[in-house]
Design a protein around this ligand. Structure first.
Ligand SMILES: Nc1ncnc2c1ncn2[C@@H]1O[C@H](COP(=O)(O)OP(=O)(O)O)[C@@H](O)[C@H]1O
Ligand SMILES: [Mg+2]
Length: 274
């Protein structure tokens, strides 16, 4: 069962807006968007290319300032005005991007990638043995063998191993919110199913909220509690997956759905030959 009962709102946005450029060159990439994310909720943000999904994600992550509007974190206005406060915020909010290779510093071996996570968690004081156990656990969560990888550089891993390492990192960091910006669009069906499966398992394990950013409305329907549909910076549809996708109100959503003939077909991981 993917859908669970929603819990309290811990991150919300009110009138979130981002403009780029001035005068005739002004683009309103995200226009007056409101959102509420709950613990353990799976949210999809769906829209065509250029609809403002990544810009919204960057504002949520605190990587891009808002032009207007406000974001509240755990019931208070979000404060990321100093480096220390930003660091604290990023202990709670993490992202994975399309290209796993961009996540890692190429000069860091796998063990130092994972050791960094332990440090970020404020657990630098643990003994070498305890650190080793933690790294081993995170690797076995994603079916990797730490002993085989620890001394390798990221470029020595396969794409699949890299994706798994990215999830092992999230397993260690245990963020409250994970934003996955089209994490599966570049990879084959097998790795895609495995990664989704692992992220869902992680959601169950640590009550993580996941925001999937995708243009795949079929995937959004299958996986989400709540769906936001964006068109040119505006949220034109918002509701449960059933409301937003099976009973859409906006013409834009209806048009997106018409382009996807197989929307009612459930995803079946067991059919994917790996
Ligand atoms: N740094 C930037 N400078 C100027 N325009 C930008 C910048 N980033 C995004 N945009 C514009 O904002 C709009 C939304 O982009 P984006 O958020 O990347 O959309 P999506 O992720 O949905 O494809 C686009 O028109 C894009 O050209
Ligand atoms: Mg994007």
């Amino acid at each position: 069962m993917i859908r669970k009962k929603a819990k309290e709102v811990f991150l919300s946005g009110d009138g979130v807006t981002r403009e780029f450029g001035y005068g005739e060159n002004k683009t309103v990439a995200v226009n007056n968007v409101n959102f509420e994310f709950r613990r353990g909720e799976i949210i999809s943000i769906v829209g065509e290319s250029g609809s403002g999904k990544t810009t919204l994600a960057k504002m949520v992550l605190g990587l891009l300032p808002l032009t207007h509007g406000r974001i509240e974190f755990e019931g208070k206005p979000r404060d990321i005005s100093t480096q220390a406060k930003r660091k604290q915020y990023w202990r709670n909010i993490q992202a994975i991007f399309q290209d796993p290779f961009s996540t890692f510093n190429i000069f860091n071996k796998v063990d130092s990638v994972l050791l960094d996570c332990i440090q970020l968690q404020g657990e630098g004081h643990l003994s070498a043995k305890e650190k080793f156990e933690k790294m081993k656990d995170s690797c076995s969560f994603v079916n990797l063998k730490f002993e085989e990888l620890s001394n390798k550089y990221p470029f020595e891993l396969s794409g699949g191993q890299m994706q798994r390492l990215m999830i092992a990192r999230i397993f260690m960091l245990r963020p409250k919110l994970l934003i996955a910006d089209e994490p599966t669009s570049m990879i084959d069906a097998c790795s895609r199913a495995t990664i989704l499966d692992m992220l869902l398992k992680l959601r169950d394990e640590i009550d993580m909220t996941i925001v999937f950013i995708t243009h795949d409305i079929g995937l959004a329907y299958y996986i989400s509690d709540t769906v936001y549909i964006m068109e040119r910076g505006v949220v034109v549809e918002r509701g449960t997956a059933d409301e937003a996708i099976l009973h859409p109100k906006s013409d834009y959503t209806k048009r997106l759905i018409n382009d996807v003939p197989k929307i009612y077909e459930p995803w079946d991981f067991s059919n994917v030959a790996c």
